[in-house]
Design a binder for this molecule. Structure first.
Ligand SMILES: Cc1cc2nc3c(=O)[nH]c(=O)nc-3n(C[C@H](O)[C@H](O)[C@H](O)COP(=O)(O)O)c2cc1C
Length: 177
């Protein structure tokens, strides 16, 4: 493994990435509207925080275009991706993709609570309102109160992210370990 220059903690960033990549997650696309434009970002940092009140969080990189968008929007939606949606996950993780028209080939439905786009075919969707933003290194932790949710495909299979690769449950264990 190539060693990246360690920061002040002495932890090399590529080693940190390699270790964290063993923490398997689902994959979501977070969406919002800023100045009439639809924004989106693929995220696997999405997680639940509190049951009462219902709170979730997503960590958003400070340098991303989505950072400014979610900061200004105040409300956002989350689409939890289904196994067949890895193409959507890749697209909404592509840096510098055009903002205008980025949803042209993605079927969506607009949330009446947040105004943000929900991806058709997602396993589940949530509508959130930002209640706190905590700076954390090169990301912000954005905490959202859940305003609404839908279990759109209760028996659907999830898209997973493990060892920096999209996976599905039915693909089974990785032969490389
Ligand atoms: C599987 C996966 C998960 C990701 N999770 C996050 C995340 O939780 N937070 C984040 O800031 N970026 C995450 N990214 C990177 C963003 O999707 C990507 O940098 C962003 O879409 C770039 O958008 P921009 O061109 O609008 O700046 C992830 C990328 C992938 C492929």
């Amino acid at each position: 493994m190539t060693e990246a220059a360690p920061g002040r903690t002495g932890i090399a960033s590529d080693e940190f990435r390699a270790v964290m990549s063993r923490f398997a997650t689902g994959v979501a696309v977070v969406t919002c509207v800023q100045d009439g434009f639809d924004h989106a970002m693929t995220a696997n940092s999405f997680t639940s925080v509190s049951l009462d009140p219902p709170l979730v969080l997503v960590c958003v990189e400070n340098d991303s275009r989505f950072h400014e968008a979610i900061g200004n929007a105040g409300a956002w939606s989350v689409s939890v991706l289904e196994a067949g949606q890895r193409g959507r996950a890749r697209w909404f993780a592509t840096r510098g993709r055009p903002l205008v028209g980025q949803f042209d080939s993605t079927p969506t439905t607009r949330s009446d609570r947040t105004g943000a786009l929900l991806l058709d075919g997602a396993l589940a969707t949530l509508d959130c309102r930002t209640v706190a933003v905590h700076p954390a290194g090169d990301h912000d932790i954005v905490v959202g109160e859940v305003l609404g949710l839908r279990l759109t495909r209760p028996d659907g299979e999830p898209l997973l992210y493990f060892r920096s690769t999209f996976r599905t449950l039915s693909e089974g264990p990785d032969p490389l370990g």
